[in-house]
Design a protein around this ligand. Structure first.
Ligand code: PLP
Length: 418
């Protein structure tokens, strides 16, 4: 019954230091968020002790009567949030949810079509050394050089030529909406399954602030920890129960053993929170924040420093900064913002001349700051700090910029009392 500080002071220090880092910096990694304390409590609970292979009411272990309640609540709430009849809440992560889709719908060697990694796709959409790229014949679509937008004519042309069995629409770094209806038409034209990976924008969908892919797709996957702001994990959804058997058996026993019941309980909490007015307000602030950031980064002083935005703006929770004509590369820009107290990640931009370890881009997202309570005024200040830092480059007045960051973090305490 000893505390972590007594049992393992080194790890206790990591927890404390990380809490301090989260409190004292501006978190703008587009895939991150701050979970509510209720989610932390569920995830750090005795449910971690429980084995529950199988599905509610059909387990391979005794003593599942309480965890069954948690899993059923997570499923029913997710159905209500996204408007669908099928949900599987067992995937341990987004990548595992995606692995289950391949397992259920295609066989190794089949052709799968997804967005090119360097144009904003995810590793599991066909990267060469990912399981997806190793086991399937991957054909990729990309964005247009001039607009930074996915060209649906090109998607159709590639699909007709390559005849994929599965088409994935979804992204890790693309600042615009996808045309789900058009993807559906193309999938139908070539007899492919349409899978939407909404990992990034699911919170916006849940709030009704982004088109919902569910009515268009055969199957949808998501993470719960990005815009949604729930526990680190994944989920599979579908409009109907048509593929239920295939999908459920692909997750268990196809991909996983025992589900993480503490995480599933935390997913249930996240799906309850997602039905609240505060959640919708937070998603609106997330979108407003990204738009404010985009507007600032499109101003002339920023353009004069050789900085642009991929696609010229944003419809979602992130912007993709294009540094191809800037004195800073992606790595330098990430490091400089880190010095000022703003955490972002460098990211390849389409047609990036630099290698993936360096890149010529930044991906900057607003979900975590919206959760922290930031509204328009704070996002304007953040946008200004970022613009001034990137324009000044190596000559940036780090002390003065850090002081402005500190004023913001002090005004919005994170996890008070934790
Ligand atoms: N799908 C997309 C589009 C993502 O952006 C990510 C995460 O970055 C994933 C799947 C994978 O999620 P996880 O990191 O939980 O495996």
């Amino acid at each position: 019954n000893s505390s972590i500080a007594e049992v393992d002071p080194e790890i206790a220090a990591v927890l404390e230091n990380e809490l301090g880092r989260q409190r004292d910096t501006l978190e703008m990694i587009a895939s991150e968020n701050f979970v509510p304390r209720a989610v932390l409590e569920a995830q750090g609970s005795v449910l971690t002790n429980k084995y529950a292979e199988g599905y509610p009411g059909r387990r391979y272990y005794g003593g599942c009567e309480h965890v069954d309640v948690a899993e059923n609540l997570a499923i029913e709430r997710a159905k209500a949030v996204f408007g669908c009849e099928y949900v599987n809440v067992q995937p341990h992560s987004g990548a595992q949810a995606n692995a289950a889709i391949y397992h259920a719908l295609v066989t190794p060697g089949d052709t799968v079509m997804g967005l090119e990694l360097s144009h904003g796709g995810h590793l599991t959409h066909g990267m060469k050394i990912n399981f997806s790229g190793k086991n399937y014949r991957i054909v990729s679509y990309g964005v247009q050089k001039e607009t930074g937008l996915i060209d649906m004519e090109e998607v159709e042309e590639i699909a007709r030529r390559e005849q994929p069995k599965l088409i994935v629409a979804g992204w890790s770094a693309y600042p615009r909406h996808l045309d789900f209806a058009r993807f559906r038409e193309i999938a139908d034209a070539v007899g492919a399954y349409l899978w939407v990976d909404m990992a990034h924008f699911a919170g916006l969908v849940a709030a009704g602030l982004h088109p919902n892919p569910i009515p268009h797709a055969d199957v949808v996957t998501t993470t719960i920890h990005k815009t949604i702001g729930g526990p680190r994990s994944g989920m599979i959804l579908a409009q109907t129960t048509e593929l239920e058997k295939k999908l459920n058996s692909a997750v268990f026993p196809g991909q996983q053993g025992g589900p993480l019941m503490h995480v599933i309980a935390a997913k249930a909490v996240a799906m309850k929170v997602a039905q609240s007015p505060e959640f919708k307000e937070r998603q609106q602030n997330t979108l407003d924040g990204a738009r404010i950031l985009a507007e600032r980064l499109l101003q002339q002083d920023v353009a004069d420093a050789g900085i642009a935005l991929v696609s010229g703006g944003t419809d979602v929770h992130l912007v993709l900064v294009d540094l191809r004509d800037c004195a800073l590369d992606g790595q330098q820009a990430e490091d400089l913002l880190h010095e000022v107290g703003i955490t972002v990640n460098r990211n390849s931009v389409p047609f990036d001349p630099r290698p993936p370890r360096v890149t010529s881009g930044l991906r900057i997202g607003t979900p975590a700051l919206a959760t922290r309570g930031f509204g328009k005024a704070e996002f304007e200040e953040v946008a200004d700090i970022i613009a001034e830092t990137l324009i000044a480059g190596k000559a940036a007045d780090v002390a003065a910029l850090s002081a402005r960051v500190k004023a913001l973090t002090d005004a919005f305490p994170l996890y008070p009392g934790l």
